[in-house]
Design a protein around this ligand. Structure first.
Ligand code: GLN
Length: 280
């Protein structure tokens, strides 16, 4: 019978051989999922033998990870801003830098902020988190993908957020009417399709390309700024997450579309990551 401590050692060696980053941590977290425990749980049971079906399941999940499937899809969930979100290949895995976007929104609200629109909601990480923190607001989450909206809805339920609605829509060709919003937030696709080849296999092979890549990096920023006067109230705020080196271009697009008091915020890696402003 294989003990936990030995299984972990074998698993970490296997993942290391397959060039998986942080092989020991990955091995521990995958085993935690199978045993329904946390890392402390496995540390305190090092000598416990695994059942045959547990070993088989562990082997299957390790194989998936060795093929560079993201750990979060294997575990099925990810923590974001203190909440927990289901993730699957229909949605982008929420990134830590997007927590900064949520943080900027929460720190710069006015008491009049009631109607909030999240464009390209994916797993719902932004909209659901805002809904949780702002129980008196109404959050509208919009996405082009029906599968993503299903996951986002599940995440609203999972986190007991009910002040939220979901809309299937392509913001590039349409926009929500007749409602107007006090605040719009978006983490749109912003990676140039050309850069695809330089990216990790985990991302390229598994995450939804429509949520990541775009032919023209400024396409979504331009479109959202252009439609904002029709869907955002006067003095309403617009918050964007942007990619590396994009902040000044996005600022310019905002300025050209009647936005003022534009602020750029750096993330922990000192990358200009958030651009936000106010409609005149
Ligand atoms: N809003 C989601 C996130 O920030 C999805 C973004 C996207 O699909 N581009 O993770």
């Amino acid at each position: 019978m294989l003990k936990i401590i030995d299984a972990l050692k074998l698993a970490a060696e296997f993942l290391e051989k397959k060039d998986v980053e942080s092989p020991r941590l990955n091995s521990e977290l995958i085993l935690c999922k199978i045993l329904g425990t946390d890392r402390v749980g496995i540390y305190t049971q090092f000598d416990k033998p695994l059942k045959e079906e547990e070993v088989n399941e562990y082997r299957a999940l390790l194989l998936r990870r060795s093929r560079k499937e993201p750990l979060q899809y294997i575990l099925g969930s990810v923590d974001f801003y203190g909440l927990n979100f289901s993730v699957d290949p229909s949605v982008l895995i929420p990134r830590p830098e997007t927590e900064l976007l949520v943080d900027c929104v929460l720190k710069n609200l006015t008491p009049e902020t009631i109607n909030i629109l999240d464009i390209g909601c994916g797993s719902g990480n932004i909209g659901v988190t805002l809904g949780k923190h702002l129980p008196n607001s109404i959050i509208t989450c919009l996405d082009i993908s029906l599968e993503a909206l299903t996951t986002a809805r599940k995440n609203a339920d999972r986190n007991s957020v009910s002040n939220i609605e979901f809309l299937e829509m392509d913001i590039l060709s349409d926009y929500p009417v007749p409602k107007k919003f006090d605040l719009i937030v978006s983490n749109p696709p912003y990676i140039a399709r050309l850069e695809k080849n330089d990216m990790q296999k985990e991302i390229i092979d598994y995450e939804p390309h429509d949520a990541l890549f775009v032919d023209n990096e400024m396409k979504f920023y331009t479109r959202i700024c252009e439609v904002s006067p029709c869907i955002l109230n006067k003095n309403g705020k617009l918050f964007f997450e942007v990619g590396l080196g994009q902040a000044s271009k996005v600022r310019e697009i905002m300025e050209n579309n009647n936005f003022q008091n534009i602020i750029v915020v750096q993330d922990l890696a000192k990358i200009e990551r958030i651009v936000w402003g106010e409609l005149k």
